[in-house]
Write a protein that binds this ligand. Sequence first.
Ligand SMILES: *[C@@H]1O[C@H](CO)[C@@H](O)[C@H](O)[C@H]1NC(C)=O
Ligand SMILES: *[C@@H]1O[C@H](CO)[C@@H](O)[C@H](O)[C@H]1NC(C)=O
Ligand SMILES: *[C@@H]1O[C@H](CO)[C@@H](O)[C@H](O)[C@H]1NC(C)=O
Ligand SMILES: *[C@@H]1O[C@H](CO)[C@@H](O)[C@H](O)[C@H]1NC(C)=O
Ligand SMILES: *[C@@H]1O[C@H](CO)[C@@H](O)[C@H](O)[C@H]1NC(C)=O
Length: 454
Amino acid sequence: MKMKKSAAVFILFLLCSLAMVQSEYSPVYIGSQEGFKEADKISSLPGQPLVNFDQFSGYVTIDPSAGRAFFYYFAESEDPSNKPLVLWINGGPTCSSLGIGAFEEIGPFRVNRSGKTLAQNEFAWNNLANILFLESPVGVGFSYSNTSSNDVIRDTEVALDTYAFLVNWLERFPEYKTRDSFLAGESYAGHYVPQLAQLILNNNKITNQTIINLAGIAIGNPNIDYETRLYGLYDYLSQHALISDEIHEGIVLNCNFSSVDTVTEDCKTVTNQAKEARGNTYLYDLYAPLCTSFSPSPSTLDFNPCADQDVLVYLNTPQVQESIHANATASIQGTCGLSLEFDQFLVLTVLPVIQELMTANISVWIFSGDTGGVIPVTSVKYAINQLGPPTVKTPWYPWYSQCEVGGYVVEYENLIFLTVRGAGHFVPYYQPARAVTFFTAFIEGKLPSPQQKN
Ligand SMILES: *[C@@H]1O[C@H](CO)[C@@H](O)[C@H](O)[C@H]1NC(C)=O
Ligand SMILES: *[C@@H]1O[C@H](CO)[C@@H](O)[C@H](O)[C@H]1NC(C)=O
Ligand SMILES: *[C@@H]1O[C@H](CO)[C@@H](O)[C@H](O)[C@H]1NC(C)=O
Ligand SMILES: *[C@@H]1O[C@H](CO)[C@@H](O)[C@H](O)[C@H]1NC(C)=O
Ligand SMILES: *[C@@H]1O[C@H](CO)[C@@H](O)[C@H](O)[C@H]1NC(C)=O
């Protein structure tokens, strides 16, 4: 695909910047947080091993009149005062950061096959930072709204609500107010994270309220641009021999992915053929096993294809919900996808927002597992090319983790693109050690090591 969209991206960027300058800041609601932190402390999760760090979870009201409250889970590090703060948001747009982010990816524990006990995750990110998992938007995980509204949720409201959450949460945990803060997430958080970063930077300039000390963002297999995502998806499936050349050519000839409206019936016919052609493969990680009746009981370090099931059993146990101060009426139905309606096609690209963050010198990391087929590495590369592409500062090189190539990295001006070898869509789930290596580099603000060392 050869297209120059950089001019259009730049004009969009100018328009967005103008709109931002003109927008008025309306102070967010800040409720009294007196006593909440103590109440949110988790004494112990059912079935957890002994640990030396503190955990907190509970609700932060973001809009008392609408009865909107966000659920969070906070895993501090063992040495919390010397570590940065990282907000982690899963995508979806309706995936639970508690269910997936905390218990399947980067949190301190993994759920055992029984769904009753926990094992320590030696590759937990709270070894390196204080990790705040947020269930967003309302209706996801244990977050809820008391007012039933027919309004479709959109990106803009999510950013405003998440900002309100953060400012209130920082009142509850004031020791983190001046801490270096990072935002991270994956998939549809490719929208949430840059949009929240943009709002933070803007509000930092004009508000009298809390200044958030934003140091950088990291987004994994991110949904950042509709058009390049779809072109990249079919190129990737073809290059990985999951669909035939004929089907791929049919897509090239019949599909125009420049907007939702340009996708014709003829195009849908061939994309359906592509779906059929690849069979029941696990698109989130092409070579991973499915959760079937043949799935063995894994030990902690083995990949557990049934993790979703085990996490749901665990989180829907009444004692677990009690221990995390969750509201049982908002119980988790699935780790992704709930009752709420979300318009994910209102904003088709966030590339202008990413460009704006780069211009503001925020450290932007885009990482991508190279065996994930939902938002494949090919799509991510095409999207970055739409940014100019930016000037290369450090050319492409292999980075190492545990004496093996962990993936590849290229540093552009104000943007780092990093692949994770052998990782699917949920990078830290499939490659926990490699994920820790690049996460360490990210929060230290340096590139991962090119040396094959111990
Ligand atoms: C529990 O959640 C429901 C919505 O599912 C809400 O109406 C109710 O106010 C919540 N209760 C508490 C104590 O937060
Ligand atoms: C900032 O504080 C000043 C003085 O307290 C007040 O007059 C002004 O309205 C505040 N601005 C905002 C955006 O809240
Ligand atoms: C795709 O559709 C858009 C909007 O109609 C049009 O501007 C563009 O030229 C089309 N692209 C191709 C490759 O035909
Ligand atoms: C949970 O799984 C881990 C790893 O298989 C195991 O070491 C631990 O004993 C299990 N915990 C319980 C209570 O069964
Ligand atoms: C970003 O960094 C560059 C190079 O250090 C500097 O020239 C520029 O003024 C900075 N921009 C902002 C918005 O801080």
